[in-house]
Structure formats: C-alpha cells, structure tokens
Design a protein around this ligand. Sequence first.
Ligand SMILES: O=C(O)c1ccccc1NCC(=O)[C@H](O)[C@H](O)COP(=O)(O)O
Length: 211
Amino acid sequence: MPDPTPRVKVCGTTSLHDALLSAEAGADALGFIFAPVSKRRVSPEVAREAGLAVGPVVARVGVFLNQGLTEVLRTAEAARVSAVQLHGPLSSLYVREVARYHPVLRVLRPADLGQPDALEVLSLPGVTPMLDAPEPGGGVPLDWAALRDVFPAGAWLAGGLGPANVAEAVRVLRPAGVDAVSRLEKAAGVKDVEQVRAFIQAARLQAAPGT
Ligand SMILES: O=C(O)c1ccccc1NCC(=O)[C@H](O)[C@H](O)COP(=O)(O)O
C-alpha cells in the first residue's frame, strides 16, 4: 500500500536563510523559481548555495515557466538542483527531453487532464504530474471535490494551499506531495516561519491511517 503521507514542498525560496528555515521545519523539498516573470525569482548562484546548505536529503526543485530547453538545462546545472518543475504549454517531446537529465514535476491544470498530450506526459518515465491552478503562485485553490475522480495516481497538488486548508485537500485527493508558496509568505519571496511550520505539520497530520 502506498505511503499516504504526502511529501511537502515549500516553493519560492529566495535566500539561504529561508532555505534553512524550511528545511528545519521539515520540508521534503524546496522550490527555486527561475521564471523571469516571477516576483520570487532567484539566481542560480543563490539557489546553489542554499541547496548545498540544506544537506543531502532535502530535494531542491528548479521551477521554470515556458523557458527554452537550453536555458532550463543550463540553469538547473548551475543551481545544482535535484529535480525540475515545468510550467506552461510545453510539448511532451520537450518534457521527455528534460526528463533525460532531471526528474521532472510536470505541472498540469485541471483543464489539461484528458488531453492527449497530458496523457502522454503521465506515462513518461521520470515524470511526476502536479496539478496546479492556471496562475502559478497565485494562491487560488482548485476545486478538490471536482478533481476526486480524475486526480492522477501519484500526482502532487498545488494551488492556494496553506496551513488552514492543506489537511482537507490531502483528505480529499490523497496526493503524493503538496506544494505551496503564497500562503507561506510575509512578503513576496520572504517566508513566514510560523506558516511554513504549520503547513508542514498540517499536511502530515491528516495522512495517518484511519483519518
Ligand atoms: O510562484 C511564482 O511566482 C511562480 C511563477 C512562475 C512559475 C511558477 C511559480 N510558482 C510555482 C509553484 O510551485 C507554486 O508553489 C504553485 O504554483 C502554488 O502557488 P500558490 O497557489 O501561491 O501556493
């Protein structure tokens, strides 16, 4: 039986300080956003320093939105991330190519489910789907009840998750992992330690057998 406890990713890490804060709070993974449009954008150098500091166990995920293949691979290498998260309308060929070099979290919107390209992505080795809202980092939750019958096995969940609602989302969809950013901040790109701790605890609380 699969482990019902979801992995927890804290996204939008922009400093060494916040990387250590999230790791000490128990995060399984840290997200480093390299998309130029993001107010949480971080340089590969800072991501690399922060990623090295959190030790061998915490995953470091490089987050990209609609960026060229060469840019993604070069940035991921420079930042020494352990996985890559891909947002945007990308072909399955592109995703497959990135997955030759890095484990991939491929972000899908609910409307993508059932589309031929999304179905192909779900079958690619080394690619894990993540369901997120249409606007990444926008803090808007998905309709979990509507997703219950179509949520892909082994998928991660993002979109407006925070300490107050993550347990319910986990109860409804049983995702393999959860991811959040905007509800864990005191300002864009700056973590709120209380929210980070509470999010990680709440995500794991509801996963115990019998709940
Ligand atoms: O958060 C951003 O600014 C961002 C910008 C461009 C691409 C991805 C981005 N965030 C990726 C994430 O993994 C977020 O954690 C995810 O979208 C959930 O965000 P939120 O709804 O704010 O918790």
